[in-house]
Design a protein around this ligand. Structure first.
Ligand code: COA
Length: 182
């Protein structure tokens, strides 16, 4: 069962952010973070209309917490959710040694170190797992802030999927694949 108790990180502003496993009771907080970030409609694959509802979030969190090679995290400042992340390994025997993550931080809380704290927690959790060998992600190559977080934490480029995202207005975006061995 992949429940992570909590970790504390310093924010650039001087406060602290607590990163902990999200629990089913945090479903509304997870939903609120996702809705706010996806409503920006930039750099994310999922559209705001595709967000799962509250009950599905409860079930998703419970499922992630039950899984042995998955983790779902909430970042809190003064008891308020400011960011979230999730990581899951492949579900086949032959791809269970690595996984992908997604990470979101509310706009007013960016550039404070919250993203760094969430991704650090995923890396350290994966590194402590005896069977996980690498953490992966896919990012819009123009998402400079996200790429800065990943490079600083040791992720390297693996390749580019051309035109892998198609926006509603017909524009395409590539996806940069990045990996960090743990
Ligand atoms: C990507 C995201 C999770 C990062 O979270 P965050 O809390 O802002 O990240 P941090 O504060 O830890 O770090 C941001 C870093 O980017 C740097 N940065 C900010 N804007 C930048 C830019 N335009 N170019 C280069 N670096 C930039 C900051 O200086 C900081 O680096 P530093 O710690 O070396 O000073 C957050 O911006 C977000 O949720 N974005 C929208 C959703 C998204 O893009 N998710 C990722 C999809 S792969």
């Amino acid at each position: 069962m992949a429940i992570f108790s909590s970790r504390t990180f310093s924010l650039k502003s001087g406060g602290i952010v607590i990163v902990r496993s999200a629990l089913p009771d945090d479903a509304q907080a997870i939903l609120d973070v996702a809705t706010s970030v996806l409503a920006e409609n930039q750099f994310t694959l999922t559209t705001v209309e595709e967000i799962k509802g509250l009950q599905q979030q409860v079930e998703r969190i419970a499922d992630m917490n039950q899984a042995e090679r998955a983790i779902i995290l909430l970042a809190e400042v003064d008891g308020r959710a400011v960011g979230a992340a999730d990581f899951r390994c492949g579900t086949k025997k032959r791809n269970a040694h690595h996984g992908d993550f997604g990470v979101s931080v509310l706009k007013p809380w960016r550039d404070q170190g919250v993203g760094h704290a969430l991704v650090t927690t995923i890396i350290d959790w994966a590194a402590a797992h005896p069977d996980i060998e690498a953490v992966r992600l896919s990012v819009d190559p123009t998402n400079a802030r996200a790429i800065a977080v990943y490079r600083k934490l040791g992720f390297v480029d693996e390749g580019v999927l051309k035109r892998s995202v198609k926006y509603e207005d017909g524009r395409y975006a590539d996806s940069l694949l990045m990996r960090r061995d743990v």
